[in-house]
Design a protein. Sequence first.
Lengths: 128, 333
Amino acid sequence: MAEASYPQELLYHPEHDWARIDGEVATFGITWHAQDALGEVVFFEPPAIGAQLTQHEPYTEIESVKAVSDVIAPLSGEVIEVNDALGEAPEAINDDPYGTGWMVRVRLSDAAQTAALLTRDDYVALLS
Amino acid sequence: MVAYAGWELPVRYDGVIAEHLAVRSAVGAFDVSHMGEIETTGPGALDLLMLLCSNDLARIPIGGAQYSLLCREDGGVLDDIFTYRLAAERYLTVTNAANHERDLAWFRSHAGGFDAQVIDRAADYAMIAVQGPLAREVVQAIASAPLPERMTIAARTLDGAEALVAGTGYTGEDGVELLIAPAEALGVWNALLRRGAKPAGLAARDTLRTEACFHLYGNDLGTERGPIEAGLGWCCRPGGGYIGAEAVSAVREAGPAEQLVPFVITERGAARPGDRVIGGGVVTSGTFSPSLETGIGMAYLPSERAAVGTEFEIDVRGKHRRARVETRPLLKV
């Protein structure tokens, strides 16, 4: 697995999810810490395109060898794209959690919700 | 690391799948020092063990090994154990860590009428399991003499350390288990790793034993069910004479109401221990199988729905997952 890293340009949810915001659209995934705690991911089932996600609520689950875990939406919005490649290659979530391991793209419904998210430094402080 | 029964246990070194596959294709080393040991010695040792253990220890020669259950009077299982015959009147029983103190008290509470001594040896042995197709080669390279065959035990020197070497394991692979004085165990561990054994954690041990359909006490075995329900009638001697024999025989004759069966999930996802079977039954072991690349496990099902090939559904976090009863072992090694 890759070395621990927490990119500066992302916003973080305390439940170990990240959001990369690009105007009205954001990409979501789980953090290095989350994938490390889970171990090798073996199943990922994306939500349907068009699904409405609610901030702080689970929107899907990921399964590792030893456990299954909810994935929490860092922000609210409508799913406009899912990472279908994870169906065949869920290990990307471990190998590259901020890149090829991305999970969904969402059209945000309330930009003000970012106030509830953490900066990189605050998230790293939370982990320690 | 995770805390368990007073021990800090190594769950994972670098990754469960890599560790699992290393054991299936080459060799892995497990630190299982949490396992307990009870020594029973003296002229009455065999008679005491024949009272406590479900299997027929009178049949094993010096250097032999045997799997048994400790049962209560009502047939409920107190522990599953391996007993090794070290000498004519000297036996070593390996217990599960969480049950060790209860087992020891059980042995002692029944030892009164026997000319036998029950000695707690848990602090005297560290235990390393070396498992996989290359396990014997790696251990042989540091051993003073040829290794004992499967289901036997012998004293050997390993890289200068005195050890008991047993041809047993919990993965379905060939291999050995090593009992070593704690002060010398780290040296042996490092010698094994230098020769190519991959450190494997208890998460991999669990996926390996589930593929092999070996029972885990606390999941697949407990005081609330008996050996026949668990599919372990083969290690309960038909002639009786052990504690719980009447209860076990009664279930054997009447037929068990439920049976432990291996299963595979026939769609995506894995069931986990505690998941309910739709229409009755419960999953007691459940994981993703790194070798079969699907969800597998063991479940207690009502006997009328326990036949091989029977399809059923499991409630996995609110979703119904299809599963099928399989033959054991789930992975044919």
